[in-house]
Write a protein that binds this ligand. Structure first.
Ligand SMILES: C[S@@+](CC[C@H](N)C(=O)[O-])C[C@H]1O[C@@H](n2cnc3c(N)ncnc32)[C@H](O)[C@@H]1O
Length: 185
């Protein structure tokens, strides 16, 4: 807990690691498989997302693969994780912890494209972990779905956390170009 004021105002009481770990142990398949997308609607500083990312990265470690398969797998781990929090400090801390988790993992590897992977991951984390009020204005929260396609490219599609009413004032979200997994901006 950062302060009693924040606990009162934001309900900000972070879940201890042992509890996070026990809870995630109950759903091992969904946690380990990066094809399952995860949304933390009040992510705080990222206790659940960071633990899930760490476990997903460990799965990659367990398998032998080519350099590009490895890189693609890393980006898939990151791109399936979403977090929203009403507080900017929490969002910023959550992003930083996810990046550190990946950076520490890559530091144990000798992958030639670690730096490019980190930069792509950073860009994805910026769009996947965002400030928003999931209770009162989910229709204002816009995220991006990254879908792996051909030759290391991901298609990118905006989506609302909750679909807004498509009335006269509704403005379509812009279409995004596909991005190569080593060059996400
Ligand atoms: C009990 S903490 C849990 C944080 C994290 N999920 C964890 O388990 O460590 C609740 C979090 O919800 C956030 N929060 C409170 N109201 C919110 C809202 N309406 N929309 C999004 N986040 C909210 C707070 O900023 C705080 O980080």
């Amino acid at each position: 807990m950062r302060s009693s004021e924040r606990a009162q105002d934001l309900g900000e009481v972070f879940t201890p690691h042992s509890v996070v770990s026990s809870m995630l142990d109950m759903i091992p398949n969904a946690v380990a498989n990066s094809a399952f997308k995860v949304l933390e609607p009040a992510c705080g500083d990222g206790n659940f997302l960071v633990e899930i990312l760490g476990r997903r990265l460990e799965e990659i470690d367990a398998n032998f693969m080519s350099e590009s398969q490895f890189g693609l797998s890393v980006i898939k781990c990151v791109s399936g994780l979403y977090g929203v929090d009403i507080d900017e400090t929490n969002v910023s801390d959550c992003r930083e912890r996810l990046q550190d988790c990946l950076s520490n993992f890559l530091a144990t590897k000798t992958h030639p494209q670690s730096e490019a992977l980190l930069q792509s991951a950073q860009a994805i984390i910026r769009t996947n972990v965002v400030v928003g009020d999931t209770i009162n204005s989910p229709t204002e929260i816009v995220l991006i779905e990254y879908t792996p396609g051909e030759d290391g490219f991901f298609t990118r599609t905006h989506f609302f956390l909750e679909e807004p009413e498509r009335d006269l004032f509704f403005v379509e979200l812009p279409t995004l170009e596909p991005m190569h997994f080593l060059r996400v901006e």
